[in-house]
Design a protein around this ligand. Sequence first.
Ligand code: 5GP
Ligand code: MG
Length: 177
Amino acid sequence: KVKAVVMDEKEMDLTIRRIAHEVLEKLGGTDEAVLVGIQRRGVYLSHRIRDVIKSSGYKELPCGELDITFYRDDLSLMADHPMVHSTTMPVDITGKDIVLVDDVLFTGRTVRAALDALMDMGRPRRVLLAVLVDRGHRELPIHPDVVGRVVPTSRDEVVEVYVRELDDKDGIVIAEK
Ligand code: 5GP
Ligand code: MG
């Protein structure tokens, strides 16, 4: 059940453009930059950021993908552990400026798993984190460098992010779980 609309299609487009420009500003140069999208929607967002950066006159940045899913160990009292499943990285990330891109930042555990996976692949010069929505409830000391919108949520709410590539529309709403 939808409780509130956070962004319509137009606002989401503007926000992604701003994120792309903030990423450019923070990078200070695109020579060594690599975009890395997390899971499904983070991947599409990373492609949109790449396209905005390219249409602003910069080079087309390489885009990698990390597929991270939650693995529940039912035999222990431990919570869900995010595990990296599959990875596509078009270039050697050593010495590179990585921009991790995801749709929603929540506990931070997915980003932690993504950082682990990146460190296993090489030694990036630095890693920036760009997210479309920060919904709070962090359980680890992880903070985004670039944020589309801070959306305070309760734990029984979920932020639904629609991207036209998967959902036939763009937009963000808060829904009851
Ligand atoms: P975290 O690992 O920070 O707890 O959760 C972040 C990951 O789970 C992201 O990959 C994000 O896609 C997904 N996620 C967590 N909460 C939400 C939410 O409310 N809405 C959506 N769309 N994804 C979420
Ligand atoms: Mg996700």
